[in-house]
Design a protein around this ligand. Structure first.
Ligand code: ARG
Length: 565
């Protein structure tokens, strides 16, 4: 990694000069001035009551004294008011690019291998999936792929919400309408759930009845279990179909119901450790700490009527995961608004000693909004069913690209995926964003189609060239050429950063910038009919490396590539 590489050398310089500062360099966004920059002289100047420029001069001089011979930098200089600027030499840039091209994973450094469970998707059976679940699936799938890329043993679990009140409501509805079990279909479920949930809001007696059914189901009532199995099967298949469309793949299809057998063990542990308290008939765990800035309410383990809750199944699921996988980490990708819930669950884990060997992370995400700033709705004004959303996206793409180059249905579905996913993933997951299908479907701008189009364009140029080039000559020919090379070198740093922060947006934005660089490069530097053989070989090398990178990054974002567009 170039940053690390410079930082190591810089640290030596700082040590020699007895300057007590961390050797952290940042990537410059003014490539005409330098590639990397160090600004530590300012803080030093304050401490030492000295002029920052003088300090930066001392650093630059010492750096040059130590490393000039290696010819890695074309220039290391102090600039006012006190920066140290680093410009890489052509020789060094090319050497690094070659190393990168010859390494299957572009020279990233690997962390210690861990077993990581990632809990994402989280749809609720018998309820239609909504955009929030879409986001969990898209962001979660990308994080999973990034973790795998870094060599971890990663297990994705969909963690179906299959034992909540909605099941009681649907069973109640089915029984009320005398619908025999064999007649249950997905269309029927889609219809019944909203009706029953509406009815429960109006009628407290129905609500209580549904809660009773839910509880009896959880306790093993035979008839309800039979209903449950059918509902889970039908609804589960529909969920699977949607995830298949999205190319989102889970290793485990467990749900809340699968955690029930682990509840007694959790309860026994909590009792033995004296953590379970009675509170108006309910059983709770006090999870607050004196140091908490905001008071954390107690974790609710069991309601006064003996029913279990969302938190109970999450805790029981942790028992199940510990037993089956001994994970080093468990990550949860859900809406940010579940932050408090996970804080409580993680605190209970701390009290039970799980955090001694396993770390827990809640990776929250913001809301998908419409142009009115409110949660996104389709043209029909309802919370969008995902099938409708996919259809609308396809239509939007076709209407802004009427000459879609004869793409077949398969490719159009790939485009729909690219549009939706890239739109989502380019945003920092914690931020809300506005879902603007029209903008997302354009082939210009920061969109999935733009990335795919760039890729296909470069790939087709390469296809016409028979030659495989795997070394570079010494020269860099012009600014756009240099910019592209430097951008390529930023990859490993970008990958590591998106890995440690669990932010696919870092990758998505890099990918966009790389494509912008590539297009600028290509506009200025035409490859076909080039007389200069060295130049041609170098440029083929760069295009080839770029293509490989785009392909891999798209994979990490969960985006497939169409045959043509
Ligand atoms: N089913 C939940 C919901 O719709 C999400 C589940 C997230 N995962 C978890 N382990 N709690 O909000």
């Amino acid at each position: 990694m170039i940053n690390n590489f410079i930082e190591e050398k810089l640290q030596k310089v700082l040590d020699n000069l007895k300057i007590n500062s961390e050797a952290k360099v940042i990537t410059s966004n003014r490539k005409d001035l330098c590639d990397y920059q160090f600004d530590g002289a300012f803080a030093q100047a304050k401490v030492l009551h000295r002029n920052p420029f003088e300090i930066s001069e001392e650093i630059a001089n010492e750096f040059n004294k130590l490393y000039e011979k290696e010819q890695l930098f074309s220039k290391v200089e102090a600039v006012k008011p006190g920066f140290v600027n680093f410009t890489l030499s052509d020789k060094f840039i090319n050497q690094m690019l070659e190393e990168m091209a010859h390494n299957e994973k572009f020279n990233i450094s690997f962390p210690k291998k861990e077993t990581i469970i990632i809990d994402y998707g989280g749809p609720n059976i018998a309820k239609p999936l909504h955009v929030g679940h879409l986001r969990s699936a898209i962001v979660g799938e990308s994080i999973k792929r990034i973790l795998k890329y870094f060599g971890h043993n990663v297990i994705g679990d969909v963690h179906l919400g299959d034992y909540g009140l909605q099941i009681g409501q649907v069973i109640y509805g089915l029984k009320e309408q005398n619908i025999p079990k064999e007649k249950i279909t997905i269309e029927l479920l889609d219809e019944i759930y909203p009706k029953m949930s509406g009815l429960c809001k109006e009628d407290p007696i129905v609500k209580e009845e549904c809660a009773k059914i839910t509880k009896e189901l959880q306790e093993g009532n035979k008839e309800y279990q039979e209903y449950f199995k059918i509902i889970r099967e039908i609804s589960g298949n529909d969920i699977l179909r949607i995830y298949k469309y999205l190319d989102v793949n889970f290793d485990l299809w467990y749900g809340e119901s699968d955690a029930y057998p682990y509840i007694p063990k959790a309860k026994k542990d909590l009792e033995e450790k004296n953590l379970l308290k009675d509170s108006e008939g309910a059983k709770i765990v006090d999870v607050s700490k004196e140091t908490d800035e905001q008071e954390l309410p107690p974790f609710l383990f069991e309601k006064s009527n003996g029913a279990y809750l969302y938190g109970t199944t999450d805790l029981a699921t942790i028992y199940q995961r510990m037993e089956d996988y001994h994970p080093d980490k468990i990550l949860y990708v859900t809406d940010l608004r579940q932050g408090m819930h996970f804080k409580q669950v993680f605190r209970v884990c701390e009290k039970l000693g799980f955090t001694d060997h396993t770390s827990f992370e809640h990776l929250g995400f913001g809301t998908v909004n419409g142009s009115d700033g409110k949660p996104y709705k389709t043209r029909l004004g309802t919370a969008p069913k995902l099938d409708e959303l996919f259809k609308e996206t396809k239509e939007a793409f076709l209407s802004s690209n009427p000459k879609n180059n004869g793409m077949d249905e398969e490719d159009l579905d790939i485009l729909v995926n690219a549009i939706i996913k890239f739109a989502d993933l380019q945003n920092n997951r914690e931020k809300d964003y506005i879902f603007d299908i029209k903008k997302f479907s354009e082939v210009v701008g920061k969109t999935g189609p733009y990335i795919l189009y760039t890729y296909l364009r470069i790939a087709s140029i390469l296809q016409k060239e028979a030659k495989k080039v795997d070394t570079l000559h010494e020269t860099i020919y012009n600014d756009v050429d240099r910019n592209l090379r430097i951008k390529l070198l930023e990859l490993d740093n970008t990958l590591s950063y998106s890995y440690t922060t669990r932010l696919p947006s870092i990758l998505a934005n890099y990918l966009y910038e790389l494509c912008v660089n590539l297009n600028a490069f290509y506009e200025n530097n035409h490859i076909n009919n080039l007389e200069d053989i060295n130049k041609k070989e170098d440029w083929l090398f760069l295009l080839d490396l770029s293509c490989k990178i785009i392909k891999e990054m798209l994979y990490l974002l969960g985006i497939r590539i169409p045959k043509k567009m």
